[in-house]
Design a protein around this ligand. Structure first.
Ligand SMILES: NC(=O)c1ccc[n+]([C@@H]2O[C@H](COP(=O)([O-])OP(=O)(O)OC[C@H]3O[C@@H](n4cnc5c(N)ncnc54)[C@H](OP(=O)(O)O)[C@@H]3O)[C@@H](O)[C@H]2O)c1
Length: 249
């Protein structure tokens, strides 16, 4: 990873993949701003750490949150070098049970929020002629599975955003890439498995084992694997517009 300290903002940094990304970057000596809705979770992560950090409690689906969070980073540190757009969420439902609320939330958190954070950071990155934007998308951004139409549509959308932004921003020294993991061992996956167990009346471990058996690598990815793949884009100045698939094979 880059040795020069970078100024980084990570959304959804309080648990799962985002927490792991924030910790790896803090441990590497970078200045990291962490956002999520739950302030106490963010504070627990930075407690005892001596390198520069900011905790910015924010709901990324609030249209004002992007401008506010990016402004706080720029005011504190004079710029922003790396933006990691990780906050996201999904719930399973067949199409006829996908309410407008499910659809709107999925688009808001997985697609509109990354767009708004990118839009807010681009002026400072263009001025600096340097930027790294990394989106945690999903294999659902490239493939279709049953019963996740809202999440799949939103993640396909964010992969499109990555590709267009990459083409537009490359001349300013800004790269924009996505990682597209299959299932990862995080609280989000646990929630999905609990919901599937409740829906089918099956045991949690049975549902988990059945899902793992269907995966190409026969296992969930770890948050560490996804974090490392995302962070690796920081040191790849000539790679942009990529959607890197991670399946644990
Ligand atoms: N888990 C998987 O299998 C998997 C697979 C492929 C892709 N992904 C993607 O990877 C990303 C991270 O997933 P994860 O599994 O690590 O999720 P997670 O365990 O549910 O963690 C989500 C993080 O985002 C924050 N968050 C949730 N809603 C938010 C909101 N409205 N505003 C701001 N922050 C919010 C949460 O903190 P608060 O609740 O305190 O806000 C938490 O820090 C998501 O984009 C997800 O779609 C996950």
């Amino acid at each position: 990873m880059s040795n020069a300290p970078l100024r980084v903002l990570v959304t959804g940094a309080s648990r799962g993949i985002g927490e792991e990304i924030a910790i790896q970057l803090l441990d590497a000596g970078h200045s990291v701003a962490l956002t999520a809705r739950t302030a106490s979770d963010l504070e627990a992560i930075v407690a005892g750490r001596t390198n520069k950090n900011l905790t910015i409690p924010a709901d990324v689906t609030d249209p004002k949150s992007a401008e506010t969070a990016i402004s706080k980073v720029i005011s504190a540190w004079g710029g922003i070098d790396v933006l990691i757009l990780n906050a996201g969420d999904g719930s399973a439902a067949p199409i006829e049970k996908t309410t407008d609320a499910i659809w709107d939330h999925s688009i808001a958190i997985n697609l509109t929020a990354p767009f708004q954070y990118l839009r807010a950071a681009v002026p400072a990155m263009k001025e600096a002629k340097f930027g790294r934007v990394i989106v945690i998308a999903s294999t659902a951004g490239l493939e279709g599975e049953a019963n996740v139409s809202a999440y799949t549509a939103a993640k396909h959308g964010v992969v499109g955003l990555v590709k267009s932004a990459a083409a537009e921003l490359t001349k300013y020294g800004i790269t924009v890439n996505a990682v597209c993991p299959s299932y990862v061992d995080t609280p989000m996956t646990k929630r999905s498995l609990e919901a599937a167990a409740a829906r089918t009346g099956k045991d949690f471990n049975e549902v988990k084992a059945a899902l793992e058996a269907k995966l190409p690598g026969g296992r969930f990815l770890t948050p560490q694997e996804v974090a490392s793949a995302a962070i690796a884009f920081i040191d790849k100045p000539n790679i942009t517009g990529q959607a890197e698939v991670l399946k644990g094979e």
